[in-house]
Design a protein around this ligand. Sequence first.
Ligand code: HEC
Ligand code: HEC
Length: 345
Amino acid sequence: MKRLITLFILGLTAAAHAAPDGALLYARNCAACHGADGRGGVGVPLALPDFLATASDDYLRRTIRLGRPGRVMPAFPHLSDAEVEAIVRHIRGFAPGVKPRALPAAPVRGDPERGAALYRRHCAACHGPNGEGGKGTGVTFSRPRDLPIIAPALNNPGFLAAASDAQIKATLMWGRKGTPMPSFLEQGLTERDIDDVVAFVRGFERQPRQRRSELKDEPPVLIRESASDFATTVENVKQAAVGQNFRLIRVQRLEDGLFPPGEVSRSETIVYFCNFRFLYEALAVDPRVGLFLPCRVTVVEREGKVLVMAINPTRLAALFNNEELDEMCERMRGIYEAILEEGTL
Ligand code: HEC
Ligand code: HEC
């Protein structure tokens, strides 16, 4: 009896330490986007032999850990190493006969300037002029005339940190059968051309970081002093917003509710406005923009000065790590500047 109990306890301990279940973890964390069988969906296919032949285990591990910031692919920092490993084994199981090629570890040497010209000619149409990737992600079901699989972002910090030069090179040399990504040896490029393109793609690594630190130097608020009195300035701001194709939503005097009527000690008015087309466009890029919408401009009078202020959208962009949104924030900043300019004349 005692021996039986010992065996039972040993059995329990073994179960507790059993390797994590890759199929289950994949089903929970990945299948919704990449498909139960790895054939793709919102995420790109993972089961294709050409993909699994060039993607190293390290690439898969890093991609799971880092995700693709600003794209749909999430990061999974909370999984244990053993869990990540189990998922990698499960993905390998999609094509059991396919072993990843042994690729050289050395960086590829090429001429990025020559690569830039080749990139413009051969890659930009699908991957975007700055490697930002195609609009949307994964496999398209709804738009039959578009590519069946959306080209991933190549300027993405998650991709660049996960992929070795040799892997990018191998992808260009051989392409991925079953996807729109062609073999560029078959397209007539030489190996030297391909090295130059790899050097150019690697150069994307430096651009987004520089840009993010520039964004952090931006002032948080845009402020202008008005040449007119308070009431005229509020009217001017309203007209300027309408002139920029916005619809006024409401005009709120901040003292409302804060001070008893008639005992207002200072003037402060917020003009709220919105452009619904822009709003939907921005929300589609990143739902977090909802945090600072609708648009608003504040007019205050303090010590005889009338000031007009708006949040600086470019500074907000630094919070989001999404390059498509950077462009929108840049556009929005231009619009705010125009409204402040007109409103303070
Ligand atoms: C919310 C959807 C979503 C989920 C969940 C998701 N992915 Fe992805 N994944 C994507 C998209 C979309 C891409 C393509 C990135 C792009 O378009 O830039 C991608 C890319 C990848 C890539 C790179 C493929 C390539 O061709 O290089 C790998 C590997 C990957 N995902 C693995 C996983 C694994 C493993 C999980 C689960 C742990 C997972 N993904 C969960 C959407 C998702
Ligand atoms: C006709 C459109 C098209 C062209 C042209 C094209 N690609 Fe692709 N590329 C794709 C698609 C789609 C994928 C995703 C394939 C998949 O799902 O496995 C891809 C995948 C890739 C990948 C792997 C990305 C990842 O996340 O694993 C790299 C690297 C790449 N392409 C680089 C290039 C470069 C560099 C060029 C030009 C020399 C180029 N591509 C030209 C459509 C294209």
